[in-house]
Design a protein around this ligand. Structure first.
Ligand code: PHE
Length: 415
């Protein structure tokens, strides 16, 4: 009955009776918080990407080995999201109570793995897929209908994985076994040779352990746990001991050969992993609630703005009370440069305003060349941890008073 067109990422879809996107989810689709540079998820993403680029280069030249895919359409076919990944026909994840459907053939991607098939088919053999994914889950402190993943895929030819065959080594290992000894066992798939699987496993685990060291520090204890995914075999999860508990960091495994075959790849073996960003960002930055990633409160975002991906950032709980904002503008003393005063102004405001000052920011600079006058504007954001502030209250504990005193002190500073 829903006749109107659903449009996302520049493509159009015709909803049918299966359509189950709530207005709230449609609003989430419009936000793109991973692209916002002051969002901690963006900080974490850049950290992973920088690390992967620095560490893995194409042999022979210095260009990055991994292609970064960040703009895949977020509506995918059910083939991409489920069938191409060998998800059984009756699997729970296919139910409309678990997945957001646009129509019978299209849904919001429930994981970045949904793009594996398409990207392999395009000929990529080392790539990261990064983006927002959607699941109809319970909502609590650690679950939200939208979260973010980084997928990694690496395919190897025989020579890339096992080294060039020399004449001497007639028994050189192959990627695939020769029947009749081909069988599926816990260690490997039927078509794979044990040598190729072991070599891939070593590469995969080294890659992910070093990534984990980069994020959590070399001293953090790690452990591999056997896991199950329909699209990898064998499969593992990597856990890290951090802040006194074991944290599941990612899922990974040797890709099912059928996936590669259906994407037209016949002479390679590969591994894949998937990392959920929210859970890691929560422990790394000390963010207590997943909903905070969606906060537009500058008290939250300003704590991450301008930070470098490698910097140690710990979130300080912001107050639930509203902000009160004042802008201050003044002329600089004659013949001072713009930069000369800035840190003194910051210091004065913080000293006088104390705990009430949540943020100070230089928002504007202006120079009147004729009169040789320079002016600056600063924005001061006040917020109390104890009570709601009003501009009118007169006590020193309130920004109106603090603001007047700051102005007095700035007068002295500037004269
Ligand atoms: N797609 C899986 C998930 O969302 C993670 C995964 C990716 C596991 C790649 C193995 C390989 O849980």
């Amino acid at each position: 009955e829903k006749k109107e067109i659903f449009e996302l990422d520049g493509r159009q879809y015709t909803p049918d009776a299966l359509y189950n996107l709530s207005p709230a989810v449609r609003r989430l689709l419009d936000r793109r918080i991973l692209q916002e540079t002051s969002n901690p998820l963006n900080l974490l993403k850049r950290r992973v990407v920088d690390y992967v680029h620095q560490t893995y280069r194409k042999p022979g030249n210095r260009s990055p080995l991994f292609t970064i895919c960040e703009s895949e359409p977020r509506v995918v076919t059910t083939y991409q999201n489920f069938d191409s990944l060998l998800t059984p026909e009756d699997h729970v994840s296919r139910r409309p109570s678990d997945t957001y459907y646009v129509n019978r053939e299209h849904c919001l991607r429930a994981h970045t793995s949904a793009h594996q098939h398409t990207l392999m088919k395009q000929g990529l053999d080392a790539f990261l897929v990064i983006g927002d994914v959607y699941r109809r889950d319970e909502v609590d402190r650690t679950h939200y209908p939208c979260f973010h993943q980084i997928e990694g895929v690496r395919l190897y030819t025989r020579d890339e994985l096992l080294g060039k065959k020399s004449d001497a080594s007639e028994n050189a290992a192959e990627l695939f076994t020769v029947p009749p000894d081909a069988s599926r066992v816990p260690e490997k798939q039927e078509s794979h040779s044990i040598d190729a699987v072991k070599a891939s496993e070593i590469q995969l685990k080294q890659f992910l352990e070093s990534l984990c060291d980069e994020l959590f520090g070399k001293d953090a204890e790690k452990r591999w746990v056997d896991a199950y995914f329909p699209f990898t075999h064998p499969s593992w999860e990597l856990e890290v001991f951090y802040n006194g508990q074991w944290l599941e960091v990612l899922g990974c495994g040797i890709m099912e050969q059928k996936l590669l075959e259906s994407a037209g790849v016949t002479d390679k073996i590969g591994w894949a992993f998937g990392i959920g960003l929210e859970r890691i960002a929560m422990v790394l930055y000390g963010i207590p609630d997943i909903r905070l990633f969606w906060s537009k409160d500058t008290g939250f975002l300003s704590q991450f703005a301008g930070k470098q991906p490698g910097e140690d950032v710990k979130y300080k709980q912001i107050s639930a009370h509203p902000q009160v904002i004042f802008d201050i503008s003044f002329f600089l003393p004659d013949s001072t440069e713009f930069n000369d005063m800035t840190s003194d102004v910051y210091d004065t405001i913080r000293t006088i305003g104390g705990e009430l000052v949540e943020q100070v920011k230089l928002t504007d600079e202006f120079e009147n060349k004729k009169k040789a006058k320079k002016s600056q504007t600063y924005r001061i954001v006040y917020r109390s941890h104890e009570k709601a502030l009003t501009k009118e209250e007169k006590s020193i504990a309130h920004p109106y008073a603090a603001q007047s005193i700051i102005i007095c002190h700035l007068h002295i500073l500037l004269s």
